[in-house]
Design a protein. Structure first.
Length: 420
């Protein structure tokens, strides 16, 4: 008899693990939403499939490329360098070029030199492995970028805008790892037909292997000692459990977690995100893909059509991360009004044709300096319970690639444990 594996969450990590494990086990995936893919999911607008949140692929994302090629033989990736800007005081300032930085009046000449030298340091010298787990981002940045540059630039990028907590509470190692990835210097692309082919392909393979996927399935209770869960009043037994849902939810519905481990999981906090995807008649600023805003309601603008101009309208996203928990209960109309006001402020000639709001309470774990000490393992101390997902990928950048990688990693651990 095949053992039964229950997977909580139908995001990329859960689907990836489910697709491989369904070859060896009876797999059942439970997803509370009406769709699969998690943060990589799409929505339909007038017959066009558009991602709910911004997603790009860079050349170093090898696993994502493998899955794209596997499930879409006609996939085309047109690679390009991107332009990055900072929006402040009603002005958009290009920063990832020498002349752009030179014209950036927000920094004086000395600050521009410090900022430029820090950029060179991250490109050619930085080694995140040498950074202590106990070092906070504030001390590290003050030393290498300078206190003024840290306050003027990185406070906004990684403290106020990203996590909504002070730099002295954020892990220097994780931030350094993010810089070490050299994301901004990489080549960017987006597949013409998006990532839905991966989600659909994984779902198709799971069902082909006789695995079960249930959407609109909110789990009421998990009994870890009895090895069963309750879904819609029905008892479902399992031999192995893989959790990819946020730990806040998992601990609230689970019975049988030892107190010390429950306390460990409760320390993991999440950064929310509120996103407005909108269509505009023209590019807001031609050629600029990524804009960070300082001292504004929104934090990021991504002009998606710079990477993939295959839609009827120009597709854009504006997002708020740190502090967006105060917006989670606001109406869509209020969010659209407040967020799009910033776009009108910086791009007064923009013609916005439509907009849709998306919210998530669990966009990303907050990587504070103690995160490595309480980050749970893939193989847990709970009987036949495993974890996967971006909650376990520190210090890597949160993206589709690490989600897929996490699903593969938990699969390898389980196969090793049960097929020794």
């Amino acid at each position: 008899m095949k053992k039964t594996i229950v997977i909580l969450g139908g995001g990329l990590a859960g689907l990836t693990a489910g697709e491989i494990l369904s070859k060896y086990f009876n797999v059942k995936i439970f997803e509370k939403e009406s769709y699969l893919g998690g943060l990589a999911a799409n929505f339909n607008h007038k017959g066009e499939t558009i991602p709910k949140y911004y997603h790009h692929i860079i050349k170093s994302n090898k696993i994502t490329q493998i899955y794209l090629q596997r499930f879409s033989k006609e996939v085309k990736l047109n690679w390009q360098r991107i332009k990055v800007s900072i929006g402040i005081n009603k002005k958009i300032n290009p920063i990832n070029s020498f002349f752009g930085l030179l014209k950036f009046k927000y920094l004086n000449l000395y600050e521009k030199i410090r900022f430029g030298l820090f950029g060179a340091y991250t490109l050619f010298i930085l080694n995140p492995k040498k950074i202590s787990e106990n070092l906070d981002a504030q001390k590290w940045l003050d030393k290498y970028a300078g206190k003024v540059v840290t306050q003027k630039i990185f406070f906004h990028l990684y403290s106020r805008n990203k996590f909504g907590v002070s730099l002295n509470k954020i892990s220097a190692k994780q931030f350094a790892h993010r810089l070490y990835e050299k994301e901004i210097q990489d080549f960017f692309s987006f597949p013409e037909k998006g990532y839905q082919c991966i989600i659909d392909g994984l779902e198709r393979e799971i069902k082909k292997n006789k695995g079960k996927i249930k959407i609109n399935s909110k789990i009421q209770k998990i009994n870890l000692n009895g090895k069963y869960l309750i879904n819609s009043g029905k008892k479902i037994n399992y031999d192995i459990l893989i959790n990819t849902i946020p730990f806040e939810i998992f601990t609230n519905i689970s019975i049988g977690i030892p107190k010390p481990f429950k306390e460990q999981l409760s320390k993991i906090k999440y950064c929310p995100a509120v996103s407005v995807c909108f269509g505009s008649e023209n590019f807001l600023e031609k050629g600029v893909y990524w804009t960070n805003f300082f001292n504004e309601k929104i934090h990021i603008l991504m002009q998606h059509s710079v990477l993939s101009d295959n839609y009827k309208d120009k597709i854009n996203w504006i997002l708020r991360y740190g502090g967006s928990e105060e917006d989670l209960n606001l109406s869509e109309e209020i969010i659209k009004k407040e967020y799009l006001q910033v776009i009108k402020k910086y791009y007064p000639l923009s013609k916005i044709k439509w907009a849709k709001v998306f919210k998530t309470k669990y966009a990303e774990p907050i990587y504070d300096i103690k995160y490595p000490k309480y980050m749970p393992p893939y193989k847990t101390p709970l009987r036949d319970v495993y974890f996967a997902g971006i909650q376990l990928t520190y210090p890597q950048i949160r993206n589709m690639n690490v989600a897929l990688e996490s699903g593969i990693k938990v699969t390898n651990i389980i196969l090793k444990d049960f097929f020794k």
